[in-house]
Design a binder for this molecule. Sequence first.
Ligand code: AMP
Length: 243
Amino acid sequence: MTSEVPSLPKFSELNLIEPLLKGLDEVGYETPSPIQALTIPLVLDGRDVLGQAQTGTGKTAAFALPLLSKLDLQQKDPQVLVLAPTRELAIQVAEAFQKYAKYLKGFHVAPIYGGQDYSGQLRMLRRGAHVVVGTPGRVMDHMRKGTLKLGNLKCLVLDEADEMLRMGFIDDVEWVLDQLPEQRQIALFSATMPTAIRRIANNYLREPEHVTIKVKTTTAETIRQRYWTVSGMHKLDALPRIL
Ligand code: AMP
């Protein structure tokens, strides 16, 4: 599958549940982005997805919307786990889920990351979270302690997988992958596809659909770019002279 989306559908044509459409209306999204138009039907259909896309393409909503649409809100054990490379991204993704789910009554998302004490996270997990978004090390800690149980997990999302590799988390990611229930869906998103990420995709994803979104250059062609190398100290002196 490629990035060509002949004409973008409307959100209302993508089989998302009504409370989410209401939430999207409020957030102000009018049309799905290409990665959303391609990915939402696949995730709704239960397919594994290998998505090559950068931040800014709308990839968060591309996985969050269909996964929210499929949640069983009566079941309090985590149904979706998202692994992200940094606490900032984990928080951002958890906030996105919360925002889209504004009209899903009783929905809970728990952000779980290192550098924060365990007590608040334990409280959230005990109360019940339909979606957990976390950094690999802390997620692994909770799983080892038995405070995060993935027996009822339906879907794992690896967000910015190449960043998790670059930051040295890939062994933790594989450990988590090895603990998943046999019946599960995986969506892996990465801006680049280095060998280690391809290997993970080959080993853990089942007949994945490939979605590639090419980002066009953001600089207008009429803009000419030049640079002048100066040492840090002299930047402020140099800039007015160039201008
Ligand atoms: P992401 O690539 O998921 O980090 O999203 C980049 C930005 O695009 C975020 O600020 C989103 O809120 C916004 N966004 C995502 N999908 C849409 C959409 N369909 N319409 C308008 N904005 C969107």
